[in-house]
Design a protein around this ligand. Structure first.
Ligand SMILES: [Zn+2]
Length: 210
C-alpha cells in the first residue's frame, strides 16, 4: 500500500486484512514490538533513536524477513509503510515477490482539509475530526473532559511540508515499480468518497492480478 500521509493507507490495509485474511504488516509496528519485547534488535533500535539516528535499512530488512517467513504469510501479506527508498525496495525484492503496488492518489488539498480538521485531547490523546468525528461538546473530549487542540503536525503549512517530502521521497520508488509493471493507481479525488467504494476498487484490482 502506497499513499501520502493522510490518504488512509493504514485504514485500507487493515480493511484488506479483514477481507482477504492476509496479515497486515507495518514496519512501524514491527519496530515497536521488538522494543516492547526487549529483544536484541529492539535494544539496538532504541539505541539508534536515543542517539537521534535513523534505524538502518539492514535492521528493518532483517525484521521484515523474519516476519514474512512466519507461516501466516505463506499465501501472501499486505505491506504498509514499506519500502520508502530504492535500497529498501531492492532488499524487499530479495525477500519476497511483490504482486501489486496499490498507489492511493489523493490531491494535497483534500489531505490538508482532512488532516487540519483533526483535534487531539490535551489530556488523554484521543483524536477527533471536525468533519466526521466530532466531539459531543465543541472543544471538549468525550472521554475525559479534556481540552481539544490542533497539534503542530496537523497545521496546514506543516502538512504541506510533509506532503512535499513524501512526493520527493517516493517519486523514484514509484518509477521503480512502474518499470516493473506493478503500479495500480486508485484515485480518491473527493473528500466525501465512502471508504467502502475505494476498498471495493482495490479488491477488484487484486483479484484481477491473481
Ligand atoms: Zn481526553
Amino acid at each position: 500500500m502506497f499513499g501520502p500521509p493522510g490518504s488512509g493507507k493504514g485504514t485500507y490495509a487493515s480493511r484488506l486484512n479483514e477481507a482477504l485474511h492476509l496479515p497486515h504488516i507495518s514496519t512501524g509496528d514491527l519496530v515497536r514490538q521488538e522494543i516492547k519485547d526487549g529483544t536484541e534488535i529492539g535494544k539496538e533500535i532504541e539505541d539508534y533513536s536515543k542517539r537521534g539516528l535513523l534505524v538502518p535499512d539492514d535492521t528493518i530488512n532483517e525484521l521484515l524477513k523474519k516476519r514474512i517467513s512466519q507461516p501466516d504469510c505463506s499465501s501472501g501479506f499486505i505491506l504498509d509503510g514499506f519500502p520508502r527508498t530504492i535500497p529498501q525496495a531492492n532488499a524487499l525484492e530479495r525477500i519476497a515477490a511483490i504482486s501489486v503496488v496499490i498507489n492511493l492518489v489523493v490531491p494535497d488539498q483534500i489531505i490538508i482539509e482532512r488532516l487540519s480538521a483533526r483535534l487531539t485531547c490535551k489530556s488523554c490523546g484521543t483524536i477527533y475530526n471536525r468533519l466526521f468525528l466530532k466531539p459531543k461538546v465543541e472543544g471538549i473530549c468525550d472521554k475525559c473532559g479534556g481540552q481539544l487542540y490542533t497539534r503542530d503536525d496537523d497545521k496546514p503549512e506543516v502538512i504541506q511540508e510533509r506532503l512535499n517530502t513524501y512526493r520527493k521521497q517516493t517519486q523514484p520508488l514509484l518509477a521503480y515499480y512502474r518499470q516493473r509493471g506493478l503500479i495500480e493507481n486508485v484515485h480518491n479525488d473527493e473528500a466525501g468518497t465512502p471508504p467502502e467504494k475505494i476498498l471495493k476498487e482495490i479488491l477488484k484490482i487484486i483479484k484481477a492480478r491473481k
